[in-house]
Design a protein around this ligand. Structure first.
Ligand code: FAD
Ligand code: NAI
Length: 475
């Protein structure tokens, strides 16, 4: 550890660690302060690598293979014996993947000459040209380091609700739900958002009866309405019991059970579960991040105030990722980290926040980029849309994944593509075509004129574009 750095990053998640690496590439001396202890060991990688994106996708993969092996092979003429799942092995595989990736970041830090300071960081004073950061190491040794630039990247934590306080045993948050030691027979989930759908799907596939409570009257309120409707049908068919417009008013542990009382249209009912996952959103995490004289301006809601380039009110102090406004997504955090570093290096980096992709990694996946039909209408566009159902896509049928559709949203006046929405196996990859097209200000006609390979699911993108002008070939 040195006394002075070009850059100190507080937080080693996908925002902070990527920023640190980019800064080192640009020749800066960099320290990254990260306090996380994961399973007894200090760990880089933040929420995403340790208890978020990666472990959840590992469990989604195992549970999908299990369900597909159990139910989808008959039609191919493949028979298997009894299909069973060893939960301990599944969790062990997940841990190995997490360890490989977080260890990989440690290796990248070493390779790039970045000092990983294991402990807490607090911005004491960000006002002058030498910013002061307090570092409290894991062994409680305290020191003050100075830096020309600081990036605040302390991420987010789950929101706790008073009616269902987590006890890390029967009532858990997303982190607890990644570590069940057996499949709960009855699983309750509060919140039909991304975590509820992904982790609810994992345990349903492995045999849980899952009930998901959603307070809002609509399902997937931020998705395109047509896609949300299609997704709701799909989850119902899969056996996820999603109860919209239903508020949990009490959740109480009684012996080995959690008793949940919920209310729908004034009527209350009670249900018993073995486990309850609370996933009602996350909040920015800034405890101990700012000293009293840090000089950082907060918004009315107490968040760190940043502009479109993640600059705070203080020169040379940036804040990125889940800590600041915008969607709480790993790729958004990482790109903000790169933008902040390149800005402090005098470059003109800029993120296009209009093309940040959302993916829900269920099976099939639900993904979108850009405007929904409703958002485009509300923004004053004369909207045209085109959709194509995967039931008419040869590749989707050939691989027994013909559930879902692709929808494009465009400006009828200029033909410009405004959004792409997909429910499909690999939808998360497919909508990247929409992102690239939108970045290049493509029109629906551009998509119509391109030759898509046959047979691919991407042909449905071509057909959706053709259908926007009423001329799909296979519908
Ligand atoms: P974080 O990853 O939260 O990292 C911040 C780090 O800062 C933490 O490790 C914390 O220990 C450390 N820290 C905080 N305060 C201090 C301090 N004062 N001193 C030192 N260190 C500090 N996003 C996706 O894009 N795709 C997904 O598939 C996806 N899946 C998810 C699944 C789950 C179950 C969850 C919970 C989240 C998921 N996310 C996903 C969201 C994603 O994890 C976050 O958007 C992302 O991790 C944000 O990155 P960040 O760097 O801003 O913060
Ligand atoms: P979320 O915001 O996606 O969903 C929370 C849901 O809970 C909402 O539908 C909300 O209406 C509902 N809700 C809120 N309070 C409630 C209450 N008291 N009772 C019942 N329902 C209630 O939040 P979630 O699922 O916790 O995930 C947090 C964030 O983590 C996401 O917003 C996303 O940014 C990130 N994430 C991203 C993933 C991905 O990109 N695939 C996967 C998992 C998480």
């Amino acid at each position: 550890m040195k006394d002075n750095y070009d850059l100190v990053v507080i937080g080693g998640g996908p925002g902070g660690y990527v920023a640190a690496i980019r800064a080192a590439q640009l020749g800066m001396s960099v320290a990254c302060i990260e306090k996380r202890i994961y399973k007894g060991e200090p760990a880089l990688g933040g929420t995403c690598l340790n208890v978020g994106c990666i472990p959840s996708k590992a469990l989604l993969d195992t549970s999908h293979r299990f369900e597909a092996t159990k139910h989808d092979l008959d039609e191919h003429g493949i028979s298997t014996g009894d299909v069973t799942i060893d939960i301990e092995q599944m969790i062990g595989r997940k841990e190995a993947i997490v360890k490989q990736l977080t260890g990989g970041i440690e290796g990248l830090f070493k390779g790039n000459g970045i000092d990983w300071l294991q402990g807490w960081g607090t911005l004491l004073d960000g006002k002058g040209s030498d910013k002061k950061v307090k570092f409290v190491a894991d062994d409680d040794a305290e020191s003050t380091i100075t830096a020309k630039n600081v990036i605040l990247a302390s991420g987010s934590i789950p929101i706790d609700i008073p009616v269902a306080k987590t006890d890390h045993d029967r009532i858990v948050d997303s982190t607890g739900a990644l570590d069940f030691t057996e499949t709960p027979k009855r699983l309750g989930v509060i919140g039909a958002g991304v975590i509820g759908l992904e982790l609810g799907s994992v345990w349903r596939r492995l045999g849980s009866e899952v009930v998901v409570y959603e307070a809002l009257p609509s399902f997937l309120a931020t998705a395109d309405k047509d896609m949300a409707k299609e997704a709701a049908k799909m989850f119902k068919k899969q056996g996820l019991d999603i109860r919209v417009d239903t508020k949990v008013i009490k959740a109480e542990v009684q012996g080995d059970e959690v008793v949940v009382t919920s209310e729908n249209k004034g009527e209350s009912s009670e249900q018993r579960f073995d486990k309850l996952i609370v996933c009602v959103g996350r909040r920015a995490y800034s405890e101990k991040l700012l000293g009293e004289d840090s000089g950082i301006k907060l918004t009315e809601r107490g968040l760190i105030d940043v502009d479109d380039q993640c600059k705070t009110n203080l020169d040379g102090v940036y804040a990125i990722g889940d800590l600041v406004r915008g969607p709480m997504l790993a790729h958004k955090a990482s790109e903000e980290g790169i933008m902040a570093v390149e800005r402090m290096h005098g470059e003109k980096a800029q993120i296009n926040y209009d093309t940040i992709i959302n993916v829900i990694y269920t099976h099939p996946e639900i993904a979108w980029v850009g405007l929904t039909e409703q958002e485009a209408t509300d923004a004053g566009y004369e909207v045209k849309t085109g959709s194509f159902n995967l039931a008419a896509n040869g590749r989707a049928l050939a691989q027994s994944e013909a559930e879902g559709s692709i929808k494009v949203v465009a400006d009828a006046k200029t033909d410009r593509l405004l959004g792409m929405h997909a429910i499909a196996a690999g939808a998360g990859d497919i909508v990247h075509q929409g992102m690239i097209a939108m970045e290049f200000v493509s029109s629906i006609e551009d998509l119509q004129l391109m030759t898509f390979a046959h047979p691919t699911i991407s042909e449905a993108v071509h057909e959706a574009a053709l259908s926007a002008d009423g001329r799909p070939i296979h519908a």
